[in-house]
Design a binder for this molecule. Sequence first.
Ligand code: NAI
Ligand code: 15L
Length: 269
Amino acid sequence: MSAAHAFDRLLLTGAAGGIGREMRPRLRALARILRVSDIAPLGAAAAGEELAPCDLADRDAVHGLLAGVDAVVHLGGVSVERPYLEILGPNIAGLAHLYEAARIHGVRRIVFASSNHVIGFYPRSRTIDADDPPRPDSFYGVSKAFGENLSRFYYDRYGLETVCVRIGSCFPEPRDRRMLATWISIDDLTELVRLGLTVPSVGHTIVFGASDNRDKWWDNSAAAHLGFVPRESSEKFRAAVEARSPAGDPATRAARMQGGPYVEMGPFY
Ligand code: NAI
Ligand code: 15L
């Protein structure tokens, strides 16, 4: 490992997904080898990369995936509301496989892509911090709350550190008015992940992932030790977003709750 690299081998799961494809080149400099994994095609390996296709629901495969790994950025899994049985394999069993394999292989730290849907049933009028109890808005949100609790357990029991990033909405642009409050740019999110990986002694930290947007629903003072200062804002998109997307009927729960449409999806069991 060169002095320039924070890690010898860093694992990125979900590398073929929307965030993963963007983060993959941005994380490469952090490690001598970036091991990129997904169940979907990963393309060709760039210099400093190794490809590791894997189904997170496959216990033995996940144990092999973690061998030789120092730290993990865990983006892989079902990323939207789906029937419970579709979420179960990647997001519940897959998380348990990942943490147990990480413990066995001596992984130092995991940055876990949690979601704002862990707290989606709080009203938009409320500012939430990491100490507020979860109020998931979907089976998907419940699976992310499971990941937050599982990682807490692995820290308390084994000292395996995790930063859970409750990502707001990470897309090139906000897609609707709600995302003007929840949006995070890929560069802000990558910086938050980098801090989560490299700041000394994070224990078990929950941090909200949003850019420096005008409207803020989340208070990150409990994660001040990460030193995260978002640089971008959704404000540059406001006029276009407001012109093309309706305000939403304030009588609906989707318009009043932080989780937006997730609070009304389904039933999906
Ligand atoms: P995505 O759906 O584009 O990417 C997820 C990746 O996980 C996909 O490439 C998919 O093939 C992979 N995956 C699914 N099932 C798998 C399995 N059984 N084994 C291995 N890989 C599997 O999602 P996106 O937007 O890139 O999000 C990345 C992570 O961040 C997800 O965990 C998502 O829940 C979380 N997140 C994303 C937000 C966003 O605004 N994009 C907001 C909040 C959380
Ligand atoms: C998420 O957790 C999803 O992964 C993403 O697709 C968006 O729906 C995002 O939340 C959001 O709340 O906008």
